[in-house]
Ligand binder design. Structure first.
Ligand code: CMX
Length: 137
């Protein structure tokens, strides 16, 4: 099952500008930054409580024009792109949701932030929300 909200993903055109905005405006701190070539993103995790266990905000900037984030920005502009839940076992969580008739985007989990294993529920099967399942490394 789902353990907690892991992070909320926000599509941004420029990662450095977005990081500066979140730090300056909301006082959030960057706790992690990486490039994920497979997902086509440069991303940063920011937090209100860098040392606590609270949910992170994931800022997602596109690496390529054909990436999911570039497509999202073209269609919607910057804004909330996904809601991610922590799970203990991403294969088991995906199988349980498939059994309930939801479409999972990947047959097998892929690599997410910081070596996590991830899959997604299609937003059309989850009330218009792109839901990510995250099994931490
Ligand atoms: N949230 C809600 N709805 C969304 C959406 C989103 N993020 N992205 C697309 N949709 C909607 C579109 O508005 C469209 O709706 P209408 O048909 O009513 O216009 C519909 O879904 C389109 O669906 P599609 O043609 O099947 O798919 P798209 O080409 O638009 O791609 C998706 C959507 C979810 C399959 C694609 O973004 C994807 O593969 N996402 C998973 C990977 C990802 O998001 N990676 C970046 C983050 C990396 C990370 O988290 O580590």
């Amino acid at each position: 099952g789902l353990l907690r909200v892991d992070h909320v993903g926000i599509a941004v055109p420029d990662l450095d500008e977005a990081l500066a905005f979140y730090e300056r405006t909301f006082g959030l701190r960057c706790v992690h930054e990486e490039t994920n070539e497979e997902q086509g993103v440069r991303e940063a995790m920011v937090a209100a409580d860098p040392d606590g266990g609270g949910a992170r905000i994931q800022l997602l900037a596109p690496l390529r024009p054909d990436s999911a984030i570039a497509k999202f920005l073209d269609r919607n502009g910057p804004g909330l792109q996904q809601l991610a839940y922590t799970v203990r076992d991403v294969e088991a969580a995906s199988a349980a949701l498939r059994a309930r008739g939801l479409r999972l985007l990947y047959d097998e989990p892929r690599r997410g932030t910081a070596g996590s294993r991830i899959n997604f529920v299609h937003p059309k099967d989850a009330g218009g929300v792109l839901v990510e399942l995250v099994q931490p490394a």
